[in-house]
Design a protein around this ligand. Structure first.
Ligand SMILES: Nc1ncnc2c1ncn2[C@@H]1O[C@H](COP(=O)(O)OP(=O)(O)OP(=O)(O)O)[C@@H](O)[C@H]1O
Ligand SMILES: [Mg+2]
Length: 256
């Protein structure tokens, strides 16, 4: 797996105005990396992620997956939407089988993979429930393993825990990490939560509200599982808090 985001620009036109959301955004992602895109609301995170997914096109630049230009969605990229977006009319089992059927995976292989995924996400015995009958955590795990079901080369997640309250969120971050450690699929996750980015990522890419400029590409060099209370962890947190203020343009020049 080799993912290259090269000089991506995105311009929207509305009310006779040109709105440049992304300008020449570039970075590369290596196999097995967990990368977070962190930035203030409206800085273009979802726009960038959906361009990588192939849900929309860029105005300039290109996304290359294993050297091939991305022009449309494909099974090589799994996507987890904000608020999970499970099919509410399908059971857990049917939700997870869906991408595998679409890919025409043979039936026996499908069933074996379904069992593996259910075990991995500790959802055994829940496969016949509807999404509405699951807890928040179970929904989230179902959404992640559904995205993994088609064996994507890269998993794209747009604020997968955005709808969850603070305490639940910490528990789910631990579950998400455990799930990722078993599988080591390459991940790009959008978040605006600093703590979540440090807890989960090998690398945090900080985007500015101005044209999605990359302010810093920070390697998080902490052993896993990460200890939120540790001094080094807190150091990363302070650094990113400061950077996010700059990203928001909230940091003003001291005139005194
Ligand atoms: N289809 C569109 N037409 C016009 N403008 C758009 C369109 N999609 C997004 N935008 C604009 O692009 C900017 C970036 O939007 P985007 O959804 O990528 O932000 P984001 O970083 O994901 O923010 P949030 O953290 O709030 O989800 C916003 O100003 C938004 O209004
Ligand atoms: Mg968004």
């Amino acid at each position: 797996m080799n993912l290259q985001i090269e000089n991506i620009s995105k311009v929207f036109f509305h009310a006779d105005k040109v709105h440049t959301v992304l300008k020449n955004v570039s970075f590369r992602v290596q196999e097995g990396q967990f990368v977070s895109l962190l930035g203030p609301s409206g800085c273009g995170k979802t726009t960038l992620l959906t361009i990588i997914a192939g849900f929309q096109t860029s105005t300039g630049g290109q996304v290359l997956l294993n050297g091939q230009e991305v022009t449309k969605p494909g099974p090589d990229r799994g996507f987890v939407f904000q608020n999970y977006a499970l099919f509410p009319w399908m059971t857990v089992r049917e939700n997870i089988l869906y991408p595998m059927k679409r890919q025409k995976m043979p039936r026996l292989e499908r069933e074996a993979r379904l069992d593996n995924l259910l075990t991995m996400a500790q959802l055994e015995g829940k496969e016949h429930l509807m999404p509405g009958q699951l807890s928040g955590g179970m929904k989230q795990r179902t959404a992640v393993i559904r995205a993994l079901a088609g064996r994507p080369e890269v998993l794209l997640m747009d604020e997968p825990l955005g709808a969850v309250d603070f305490q639940m969120r910490q528990i789910l971050q631990e579950e998400l990490e455990a799930l990722w450690l078993k599988d080591k699929t390459t991940v790009i996750m959008v978040t605006h939560d600093i703590d979540e980015a440090i807890f989960l990522s090998d690398r945090v890419i900080v985007m500015s509200a101005q044209e999605g400029e990359i302010l810093e590409d920070l390697a998080v060099m902490l052993p896993r599982p990460r200890v939120r209370k540790s001094g080094l962890y807190q150091g990363y947190k302070e650094h990113l808090t400061e950077l996010l203020q700059i990203a928001q343009g909230a940091k003003t020049v001291n005139l005194a």
